[in-house]
Design a binder for this molecule. Structure first.
Ligand code: DGL
Length: 273
């Protein structure tokens, strides 16, 4: 008993090594989470952000759940060791596979996970037809099934998009291959959806290309803004908002300088409407 008590105390002391100035870590399998980071920066410009993209292991979306879980826990361990004050899992796939485990592992830390913006779609179209485009892992995980059960009146079309993340990681947002893939996936839904949920954080970077195919009759929704607002609420509640000034630091497991530069470009790119 005394030994257990000592270990517990040490662990807790270690976990609370952050202050208001400490970074908010934002994590994704690659560059996709930058679509969430830009919402965070817009809402809370005074914060210090540490963005980590695991491009060396991307895509996560066609791996086994166990593999995604292991990669996510490994990244989280590395980030928590840097005395972060919050962890934003800016990856729907990692959230689906590992958010419960993350919260168990780091009970003292603010851990926010993005998930497909189905609630937002259901609020707007309570009896509507909604497409959810996401990775295979996100769509097959129990977490998504539970989410969908909450909206029995909404007709949900599942649209997995294998190959799309790889094209976006390679900087091919507007290439012929990307446009062809999007057409193949989405032409069958033209005029048939009230909303399309972009359930992977990479997809907002091809929002313009998707809108070109689906037209004005389909609203394109994602969870980036909601995730940023939820993060602010949690920080506010614990009096952890930073008075400023803020900063953004980008890191990537691929250690590719060009990729980091592209990350910064994506962060500053104008958002398509
Ligand atoms: N950006 C991630 C998401 O939100 C997934 C990308 C991947 O497959 O690695 O789901």
């Amino acid at each position: 008993m005394p030994l257990f008590g000592m270990i517990e105390k040490k662990k807790k002391a270690g976990e609370k090594m952050y202050t208001k100035e400490s970074p908010i870590a934002v994590f994704d399998s690659g560059v996709g989470g930058i679509s969430v980071l830009r919402e965070l920066v817009q809402l809370m410009p005074n914060e210090n952000y540490l963005y980590f993209g695991d491009s060396a292991n991307a895509p996560y979306g066609d791996k086994t759940t166990q593999q995604v879980r292991e990669l996510t826990m490994e990244a989280a361990q590395m980030l928590v060791a840097r005395n972060i004050k919050a962890l934003v899992v800016a990856c729907n796939t990692a959230t689906a596979a590992a958010i419960t485990l993350l919260r168990q592992q780091y009970p003292e830390l603010i851990v926010i996970g993005i998930e497909p913006a189905l609630k937002l779609a259901a609020d707007r179209f309570p009896q509507g037809r909604v497409g959810v485009m996401a990775t295979q892992v996100t769509l097959r995980e129990e977490k998504f099934a539970h989410q969908a059960e909450r909206f029995p009146e909404v007709t949900i079309e599942l649209i997995p998009a294998p190959g799309l993340v790889e094209l976006i990681e390679a900087g091919q947002e507007d290439s012929l291959d990307t446009r062809n893939l999007l057409e193949k996936l989405l032409l069958p839904y033209v005029g048939k959806l009230d909303a399309l949920v972009l359930g992977c954080t990479h997809y907002p970077f091809v929002k313009k290309q998707i809108a070109r195919i689906l037209g004005d009759s389909t609203q394109l929704l994602d969870g980036g803004e909601g995730t940023a607002r939820q993060t602010r609420r949690c920080l506010e509640k614990q009096d952890l908002l930073n008075p400023g000034p803020g900063s953004v630091q980008m890191e990537n497991s691929s250690h590719d300088a060009a990729l980091l530069e592209r990350g910064m470009q994506l962060l500053n790119r104008e958002v398509a409407v």
